[in-house]
Write a protein that binds this ligand. Structure first.
Ligand code: NAD
Ligand code: UDP
Length: 335
């Protein structure tokens, strides 16, 4: 298939590009590089072994999206493009709604106008809000605790309306848990601009000496060691989940489907720190800080629906997640 990846130069999109290209698909990246680097395209070509089409544009430029969909005879879109920093979304909600919601409307218009009706959307476990029970399955009630999460919920709801209005759409909303790790080439990975918000890239910068210590946000949660528990999933497993979702959409009836992409296994912040220390071979400085506003104690998936419907399961373990993060960090630090 010819597949357009909006936000394809970003962290998850670039890894999915590798998985899709290596499975024989033609991928076209459409990204405005507001949170990614131009070198990613070159690095992807090195991994994949052939040139890639990269279109530098904003998804709100509907005419350019339409042109891309037509020029490259696109069969399906994987929609990664979006802003994702929770704190920033609280400070700048208008920018988040404009980019994420308005951007998705523009994409849906372009797809509608060009009769491309197969879409995989990057959603998030954040749409479950505060868990009522664990593990989280797809029928857990949804809610939003911040503007970022609300953009994901609005988009999921819009996609439901679109699928209902026109039975030729095939849509999968993939609710990612906590993507971590990097491609084993060490060429692509998570490269946040500025100090990382997320645990794994933060740990990597502490290990490389770029940051003095890890601040553990709370050790008085109702969890086995008091620190927050999350479902960390290797980004290459997540990438494989997109392939599985596209295969599913092309072989199943039209409609909108929702799948959790997680491992089903929760790890605490302290367990993540210890696992990372084992990989880097030295203790890492940490400090117990107050809880971070909006954090929940535990969040992990029931991945059973994706396993049964997509025939997909995460395979890579915590060691692989830490090793690939560290390898990428070392390479990035060397420039
Ligand atoms: P990322 O920031 O690395 O990648 C997003 C890409 O989209 C970037 O390359 C950015 O330049 C591009 N982009 C943003 N707005 C755009 C626009 N208007 N037009 C064109 N390109 C635009 O983020 P990521 O971690 O790869 O996340 C990809 C998607 O997955 C996002 O939608 C995010 O909300 C979702 N998600 C991420 C996580 C996570 O922890 N990384 C978890 C759940 C869901
Ligand atoms: N966390 C932490 N220190 C950090 C970053 C994160 O203790 O510098 C904790 C955070 O409180 C949560 C877990 O690590 O319990 C995962 O946080 P992350 O921001 O990576 O993901 P999310 O909050 O989206 O699940």
């Amino acid at each position: 298939m010819n597949i357009l990846l909006t936000g394809g130069a970003g962290y998850i999109g670039s890894h999915a590009a590798v998985a899709l290209a290596q499975a024989g698909h033609q991928v076209v990246l459409f990204d405005n590089f507001c949170n990614s680097r131009h070198e990613v395209a070159q690095r992807l070509q090195t991994i994949i072994g052939h040139p890639l089409v990269v279109i530098e544009a904003d998804i709100r430029q509907t005419d350019l999206l339409e042109k891309a969909l037509r020029d490259h005879a696109i069969d399906a879109v994987v929609h990664f493009a979006g802003l994702k920093a929770v704190g920033e979304s609280v400070a700048e909600p208008i920018g988040y709604y404009a980019n994420n919601v308005q951007g998705t409307i523009s994409l849906l218009q372009a797809m509608h106008n060009t009769h491309v009706k197969t879409l995989v959307f990057s959603s998030s476990a954040t749409v479950y809000g505060v868990p009522h029970y664990l593990p989280l399955d797809e029928s857990h009630p949804t809610s939003a605790t911040n503007p970022y999460g609300r953009t994901k919920l609005h988009i999921e709801e819009m996609l439901g309306d679109v699928a209902q209005s026109d039975p030729t759409w095939r849509i999968a909303c993939l609710r990612y848990f906590n993507p971590v790790g990097a491609h084993d080439s060490g060429l692509i990975g998570e490269e946040p601009n500025g100090p990382p918000n997320n645990l794994m890239p933060y740990l990597a910068r502490v290990a490389s000496g770029q940051l003095p210590q890890l601040n553990i946000f709370g050790n008085d949660y109702d969890t086995p060691d008091g620190t927050g528990v999350r479902d960390y999933i290797h980004v290459m497993d997540l990438a494989a989940g997109h392939l599985a979702a596209l295969d599913f959409l092309t072989t199943h009836p039209h409609g909108r489907y929702v799948f959790n992409l997680g491992t089903g296994q929760g790890y605490s912040v302290m367990e993540m720190l210890r696992a990372f220390e084992t990989v880097v071979g030295k203790p890492l400085p940490f400090h117990i800080a107050p809880r971070r506003a909006g954090d929940v104690a535990s969040c992990y998936a029931n991945p059973g629906f994706a396993a049964s419907q997509l025939n997909w399961r995460a395979k890579l373990d915590l060691k692989a997640m830490c090793e690939s993060t560290w390898q990428f960090q070392q390479r990035a630090a060397r420039g």
